[in-house]
Design a protein around this ligand. Structure first.
Ligand SMILES: COc1cc(O)cc(C/C=C(\C)CC/C=C(\C)CC/C=C(\C)CC/C=C(\C)CC/C=C(\C)CC/C=C(\C)CC/C=C(\C)CC/C=C(\C)CC/C=C(\C)CCC=C(C)C)c1O
Ligand SMILES: C[S@@+](CC[C@H](N)C(=O)[O-])C[C@H]1O[C@@H](n2cnc3c(N)ncnc32)[C@H](O)[C@@H]1O
Length: 318
């Protein structure tokens, strides 16, 4: 209860004065309007206060607007570092042949493609090992080996679910270019109300997505519902930087450079201003861990990467 109250206060107050001082930002923030209070339930869209009904539409517009330039923006803003973070998420997942993955807020498919590549590489390595270890294969074994080599994914499957049709459209084109024909499905759906039955998936991932959802608690409950008992929740998201010097440089970079890049590369300053503001609004590592536990997950842990610029949270439905 106390944790929930402190979380609510934290959400109302933002990151606070000390962070503002460290970031050389005025404590009221650059983009925070003076009075944006509206009647009814309200939430945040970056530093702006909006009604809960408005938020979903605004987030939709952001990703509709950036979809075509999304991938090139990520490489430019992070100098490719987002690829390393996504690879680390897959290493943590360590999927096996047969894993059914649901990638929510899957956007242009980065996590899904990594998953397919991981499974394919793992199966190929296994087949090579088997072939080497059997000097004299029986007909049955030769048959099995050929069958496996024709379907390197086995029973593995990934569903990419995202609320935004434009992001999925870009993802589907990318899948064609990369030659991913099997083992994936694209579904339009809301993280808060997933269009899937209970106990369906072995792993649920959400990368850079949960920050944009209006009711994070509902998205976490949905993650819990669709996972099989024993299933794993994995979330890659921006988090809190621990080192004050890096934090200050990061704030400078975020507020001074990223929106400019957004304007130059994607012709969209506002969406990238929203990105950096939404990062500051998201709860720090420990706070988010508690939210995951509140949804019913057990053995919840997290790992901070690159000084806490991002973190991977993990939990199990036991
Ligand atoms: C609309 O919503 C979205 C849209 C999207 O496209 C994507 C997302 C979701 C996001 C992702 C999938 C990942 C995207 C990645 C980021 C947002 C970037 C994360 C940031 C970093 C990895 C960089 C962190 C930077 C630091 C810790 C500080 C180092 C920076 C400096 C020394 C430069 C400080 C800046 C100034 C003094 C201002 C003037 C500087 C310039 C004009 C030069 C520009 C500088 C650079 C390009 C250097 C940047 C350096 C790096 C990227 C290397 C990072 C190295 C380390 C962390 C050690 C979405 O929701
Ligand atoms: C920053 S992108 C992340 C894409 C991808 N996971 C990646 O790591 O590159 C955020 C994605 O979240 C999606 N999104 C936002 N709100 C959502 C919701 N309520 N349900 C499902 N997806 C949502 C957006 O449409 C967008 O594609």
């Amino acid at each position: 209860m106390a944790a929930r109250r402190s979380r609510a206060l934290w959400q109302l107050s933002g990151r606070g004065w000390s962070r503002a001082l460290l970031s050389l930002r005025p404590p009221w923030g650059w983009a925070r309007p003076m009075s944006t209070e509206k009647p009814g339930a309200h939430t945040h869209f970056g530093f702006e206060t909006v009604s809960e009904e408005e938020k979903g539409g605004k987030v939709y517009q952001v990703f509709e607007s950036v979809a075509e330039k999304y991938d090139v923006m990520n490489d430019s803003m992070s100098l490719g570092l987002h690829r390393v973070w996504k690879d680390l998420l897959l290493q943590k997942m360590h999927p096996f042949s047969g894993t059914k993955l649901l990638d929510v807020a899957g956007g242009t498919g980065d996590i899904a493609f990594r998953f397919l590549n991981y499974i394919k590489a793992q199966n190929q390595r296994q087949q090579q090992r088997e072939l080497k270890s059997h000097q004299n294969l029986s007909w049955e074994e030769i048959g099995k080996w050929y069958q496996n080599s024709r379907s390197p994914l086995g029973e593995s499957h990934v569903v990419i679910c995202d609320i935004n049709k434009e992001m999925l459209k870009v993802g589907k084109k990318k899948a064609q270019t990369l030659g991913h024909k099997r083992g994936l499905a694209w579904v339009v759906g809301d993280a808060e109300e997933l269009p899937f039955d209970d106990d369906k998936f072995d792993v649920y991932t959400i990368a850079f997505g949960i920050r944009n959802v209006t009711h994070i608690d509902r998205a976490l409950q949905e993650a819990y519902r669709v996972l099989k008992p024993g299933g794993r929740f994995l979330c890659l998201e921006f988090s809190q930087v621990s080192n004050p010097i890096i934090s200050r440089l990061y704030d400078l970079y975020s507020f001074q450079v990223i929106p400019v890049m957004g304007e130059v590369i994607a012709g969209d300053w506002k969406s990238y201003q929203y990105l950096v503001e939404s990062i500051r609004r998201f709860p720090p590592q420990e706070e988010f861990k508690e939210m995951i536990e509140d949804a019913g997950f057990q053995k919840v842990t997290y790992e901070s990467l690159t000084s806490g610029i991002v973190a991977i949270h993990s939990g199990f439905k036991l």
